[in-house]
Design a protein. Structure first.
Length: 343
């Protein structure tokens, strides 16, 4: 491992169901003590990846290391420090107390269990009186919060959440979000999370990972362009930036105003000088913020902003030699909108 802070390392991971490849991850590292957001449309492989990271399933092929240990050699105690709240969590047909206490009892940690259950209920915004309720007396939002409390009581090292706020009321969704952040603050829990609330996820994440059709879109090279969008007279989506510039996405009539655009860094072209040949109606102006080395020695990653929104693109060393970009440079930007993927 390159760093002691690397928690997960995946290499050449493939997952098959019924002889069909549903996930392919060539290389991915996830650092500890971070909130890592996973983006992608339905069916992109997020839930499959979560099942591997939680050690519920084993990869068909490839290497999955956790804290430098091969997944096939990880002991049960380590596995028990990693908990997941699936998209549709299952509650035992018992009281709320028994649901939340179940994990501690399974781990033979029963000291002060009543106090711990009440603390977990408080974290998800439920009164201590809820512990007497039966599973069947809970609303959808309350059931989701109880499922989260049953994980938080374990003070996990890793908390994996698959669409934790989907299908719940607004109040429950807000309380779930606050509880997730509390886990990070209280116990330095590493949070791996997917959510359709893309704007919220974008704000809280230390790192973003994007998946599309079962493949990882290199997390350092994907650009996510979030709502709000406007519609032009033809019904196409238009992104207006704070500096007054805009980006029109052709053939996007079927997309909603709360969609998220995934733009590969290879689909962005930048230019600093002698740029006349690249100008078109969608050319916009950005400001270079940083330049860094890619894993390949042949390429550099240029980060820049447009109206306060950060983007990145890959350039070859030949282009760098010709254009000589520096932080602070004003650049012209073309985005190949025909290759955009939508979430």
């Amino acid at each position: 491992m390159d760093s002691m802070s690397t928690l997960y390392e995946l290499r050449n991971i493939e997952q098959y169901y019924d002889d069909k490849k549903v996930l392919s991850v060539e290389s991915l590292k996830l650092e500890e003590n971070q909130i890592i957001g996973f983006f992608g449309p339905n069916g992109s492989g997020k839930s499959t990846l979560f099942s591997l990271l939680s050690f519920i399933n084993k990869p068909t092929n490839g290497y999955l290391n956790y804290n430098g240990i091969d997944n096939r050699k990880i002991d049960n105690e380590t596995k028990m420090s990693i908990v997941m709240v699936p998209q549709n969590p299952y509650l035992l047909k018992r009281t709320v107390f028994e649901n939340i206490a179940f994990g501690l009892k399974l781990r033979n940690k029963t000291n002060n269990i009543e106090e711990k259950v009440e603390e977990a209920l408080s974290l998800v915004g439920l009164d201590s009186s809820f512990k007497y309720r039966k599973w069947s007396q809970l609303s959808g939002g309350e059931a989701q919060r109880v499922a989260l409390a049953a994980r938080l009581i374990l003070k996990p090292k890793v908390l994996i959440l698959d669409e934790p706020t989907t299908g719940v009321d607004t109040n429950s969704a807000q309380l779930i979000k606050e509880a997730i952040l509390s886990a990070k603050q209280k116990w330095n829990t590493t949070i791996l999370i997917s959510s359709h609330d893309h704007n919220w996820l974008n704000k809280i994440c230390d790192k973003k990972v994007a998946l599309y059709q079962g493949r990882l879109i290199e997390s350092g090279s994907v650009n996510l362009l979030f709502a709000p969008w406007e519609k032009d007279e033809d019904g196409n989506l238009v992104k207006f930036f704070l500096d007054g510039q805009f980006l029109r996405i052709e053939n996007s009539e079927s997309k909603k105003k709360d969609s998220v655009a995934m733009i590969d860094s290879n689909d962005i072209t930048i230019c600093r000088k002698d740029c006349e040949n690249m100008f078109n109606k969608n050319t916009i102006i950005g400001l270079v913020s940083s330049i860094s080395q890619q894993d390949s020695i042949d390429y550099l990653l240029v980060e820049f902003s447009i109206g306060g929104i950060s983007f990145s693109c890959r350039i070859s060393r030949d282009v760098m030699q010709e254009q000589r970009f520096l932080p602070g440079d004003r650049i012209y930007v073309n985005i190949n909108t025909s290759n955009i993927h939508w979430i």
